[in-house]
Design a protein around this ligand. Structure first.
Ligand SMILES: [Zn+2]
Length: 376
């Protein structure tokens, strides 16, 4: 692990390979009912700031994501084959996929460090998801336009003394059954910041905010009780809360509590948590403060391809956190229960929308096994 976030400098080979500059036809017909093609209209830049931020990020477009989208478009032009995506939107298909797979695997193998590999992996995942979701998914609810649920999701202001950091795995970005996005929808980007794992710009923004907030105002929601995590009651009636005597008078930048939610499947979450731990040690010389919940599992679990941590989806975990915080006397008057309920209501709306979609498409509404794949 690099000792500073600045050390995450990308330096992969950007030269389009001559081997792929062949003219050919591809069979890009849709393989299933979810398949669709990207538009081949020339775009400049490859992704605009407006489009990028429309998906829920408040950052500039990450440099490496822009570079990979540009590379994919160069490859598309060189082989005269249109990119097509299928499945959940971020998976390349057909002949283009075959060529692109070889190319990106060669790039990946040539990278020197695990840090560079992670950054390339994350940026490529995100680039594919962005391209596969253009003109297909609603930017707010991440569902196909015909299933957009936005009109049924109610906005609710989060208590100004708390902020969520949605630390999301790239494979969960723009996923229809992702529940972390509900925090962006319900509380807005003013109270929830999307931080994509392995995207250096995002992680830098998050850690800069944590550095200025101070370690006592940062905690990660950890799935299981262990030696380093505390229960909510224990954490907020002890040292973490010593400067929060009057929560209603808190203003921006003044003792705001930063809650990190790890938004990934079980297997991905372990690596994400380790990265947080390593960064906390490099910044503070100590482990990241953790809290764990006393409650919860969620109906959403049934629709997840893999169980999330503690069999609890991200939105349900955030709602449970708000309910448990409500029980801490000093937080009892800031409306956390209502805010947790708003999140649960949105979860219900998402579950209904996903169920209706699956029934309409003739699919099972229970979990289905997916094949693990390193790349989209
Ligand atoms: Zn929508």
């Amino acid at each position: 692990m690099a000792s500073t976030l600045r050390a995450f400098a990308p330096s992969f080979n950007r030269s389009p390979s001559r081997a792929f500059s062949i003219k050919t036809q591809m069979d890009s017909f849709a393989r299933n009912s979810d398949a669709h093609s990207s538009t081949s209209k020339p775009r400049e830049p490859p992704i605009t700031l407006q489009e990028w931020q429309g998906w829920g990020s408040t950052s500039p477009v990450p440099t490496m994501v822009t570079e990979i989208i540009e590379e994919l478009k160069v490859l598309e032009k060189n082989i005269d084959a249109q990119m097509s995506f299928g499945g959940t939107g971020g998976k390349l298909q057909g002949y283009f996929k075959t060529l692109e797979d070889k190319k990106h695997r060669a790039t990946y193998q040539a990278l020197g460090s695990s840090e560079q590999k992670l950054q390339f992996f994350s940026a490529r995942q995100i680039a594919c998801r962005l391209l596969g979701s253009q003109d297909y998914l609603c930017q707010k609810c991440w569902l196909p336009f015909e299933d957009c649920m936005c009109s049924r999701v109610k906005h609710c202001s989060l208590w100004h003394g708390a902020r969520f950091w949605l630390y999301m795995h790239p494979k969960d970005f723009l996923r229809q059954n992702n529940t972390g996005k509900l925090l962006l929808q319900v509380f807005g980007v003013e109270a929830t910041t999307l931080c994509l794992y392995g995207i250096s710009e995002h992680e830098e923004i998050m850690w800069n905010a944590f550095k200025s907030a101070g370690k006592s105002k940062v905690c990660c929601l950890y799935p299981n009780k262990n030696a380093t995590s505390k229960g909510v009651q224990e954490a907020f009636t002890s040292e973490l809360s010593t400067k929060l005597e009057n929560p209603q008078q808190m203003t921006d930048g003044d003792g705001i509590l930063n809650f990190i939610l790890i938004d990934g499947t079980w297997s991905n979450s372990a690596a994400m948590f380790n990265r947080l731990k390593e960064q906390a040690i490099s910044v503070w010389g100590e482990d990241i403060p953790c809290i764990s919940l006393a409650t919860g599992s969620s109906a959403m679990h049934k629709l997840r391809p893999q169980p999330s941590w503690d069999r609890t989806c991200t939105a349900a975990a955030a709602a449970s956190l708000l309910f448990e915080l409500q029980l801490v006397p000093k937080f009892s008057s800031v409306g956390l229960e209502k805010q947790g309920e708003a999140l649960e209501d949105a979860l219900e709306v998402l579950l209904e929308a996903l169920t209706a979609r699956r029934i309409r498409m003739g699919r099972s509404i229970t979990r289905k096994v997916r094949h693990a794949s390193s790349f989209c």
